[in-house]
Design a protein around this ligand. Structure first.
Ligand SMILES: [Zn+2]
Ligand SMILES: [Zn+2]
Length: 266
């Protein structure tokens, strides 16, 4: 069986991942992948925004690291991408980043529900106790919908990230999911099946089977990503992700070359 591409992995430049791109590429070949894409955390307009991403001055170094892996492993297709944080008001900055290198795709991710709270940050877990879970999910999905509508991204990352620590609202979130998925569909955004969720407290792929089922019904395309922050995580739990995608009805996923979409069977 041919594995789908692993389109979500990081480099040490983000300050919370280990191993060089060449190590990830070697691991990808070892587990039988034929295509991967680096999508490290993009710089913010201000380097002191937080401490878990590359600095603006390191963007060229990042590209050079990925190019080096491409040269070392010509038998593996390696895409050049970024995981870009979507915050309202950052659109011009994201367009500026897009113009700086010939990217294959941008993953648009929402980690911040305000300028100061990245909801997946374990150091800020206590914030969850101060808030109503449904209010957090509502703001998060509102921003995710805006990210899809911005047309700045080929892929939306880990669509239900707020479940990471296992905190879930009692309310029905289906209307939030519907609104986001309609925006994704209408703006040619794919969503990723991100296996990192299996390694977190939620113990579930992002997004949930419920969201993925809705996505399939609406015709939203998919990609696969391990969200590897270490070489050993490349392609991790892809068998489970494929099983989930197939169970829901998917037979094809996307690949991206210079921000153009192609469909491939998996
Ligand atoms: Zn990360
Ligand atoms: Zn992320």
């Amino acid at each position: 069986m041919k594995w789908p591409a692993d389109y979500h992995m990081h480099t040490p430049l983000c300050r919370h991942a280990t191993g060089e791109p060449a190590d990830y590429a070697r691991r990808a070949l070892a587990v039988g992948l034929t295509e991967i894409g680096f999508s490290d955390h993009s710089p913010m307009p201000r380097d002191d925004f937080d401490d878990w991403r590359m600095r603006d001055s390191q963007l060229d170094e990042y590209v050079a690291k990925v190019r080096l892996a491409q040269q070392k492993f010509p038998q593996l297709t390696i895409r050049l991408a970024l995981e870009v944080d979507y915050l309202p008001g950052h659109e011009d900055w994201i367009r500026e980043l897009a113009a700086r290198h010939p990217w294959d795709y941008f993953i648009g991710s929402v980690h911040y529900v305000s300028d100061s709270w990245d909801i997946d940050n374990p150091a800020k877990l206590s914030e969850w106790k101060k808030r109503d879970a449904f209010a957090v999910w509502s703001t998060y999905f509102e921003r995710l919908t805006m990210a899809a509508e911005s047309k700045l991204f080929e892929i939306i990352g880990h669509a239900d990230l707020p479940k990471k620590f296992g905190i879930r609202p009692a309310q029905d979130c289906t209307p939030l999911y519907e609104k986001f998925l309609n925006a994704a569909m209408n703006n040619n955004c794919a969503i990723e099946l991100n296996t990192a969720g299996l390694r977190k407290d939620c113990k579930e792929i992002y997004p949930s089977p419920e969201i993925l089922r809705l996505a399939f019904q609406k015709g939203v395309p998919i990609t696969f990503g391990s969200d590897a922050h270490a070489a050993s995580e490349v392609g991790m739990n892809f068998a489970e992700a494929i099983q989930l995608a197939r169970r829901v009805g998917y037979k094809e996923c996307c690949r991206f070359v210079q921000r153009k979409r192609e469909f491939v069977k998996f």
